[in-house]
Design a protein around this ligand. Sequence first.
Ligand SMILES: [Cu+2]
Length: 184
Amino acid sequence: MKNHAISIAGAIALFFSFGILLPSCGGGSDTSGSSSTEAKEPPKSMIAEEPEPIEVSADGSTVTIHLTGDDMMKYNLNRIEVKEGQKIKLTLTHVGKMPKEAMGHNFVLLQPGVEPASFAAEAARFKDNDYIPESGEGFIVHTKMVGGGESTSIEFDAPAKGSYKFMCSFPAHYVNMQGDFIVN
Ligand SMILES: [Cu+2]
């Protein structure tokens, strides 16, 4: 794994030196502008060994979000930005090993103005409903609760422009597992 990372770094370093050196050997100052943008873009995709956590479709209509939760009670994202009108495909993957009963994770998108702490207090009463209030109040969408190794997906339309909170509603998880969901 480390060797692999080092060789990628080496490849990127090589790419950079060629990308920057070659045009400067052959050309005048005119080419420097275009070559520097070319040199910056490819390494980004070379570094990424996993899919980007947030991917936007080519036409901008769909955003695919790869959210993970682990045994350390952490999401991989604490900020998600989308645009009004976009379709959101969100997959939550529990990358840990612990069972749902001990370390369950979900994704709950709260209505504007609803605080994670107060929602968590309400949600804690609904263990039999995977910690989702049966009233249906306080949130816009939510995923199923998953345990280690499990994955779940939802699709929804980005809500109106604004700033929202997302969180895990498993008891006490909101302390670490929450973030901002921004609709531009
Ligand atoms: Cu959780």
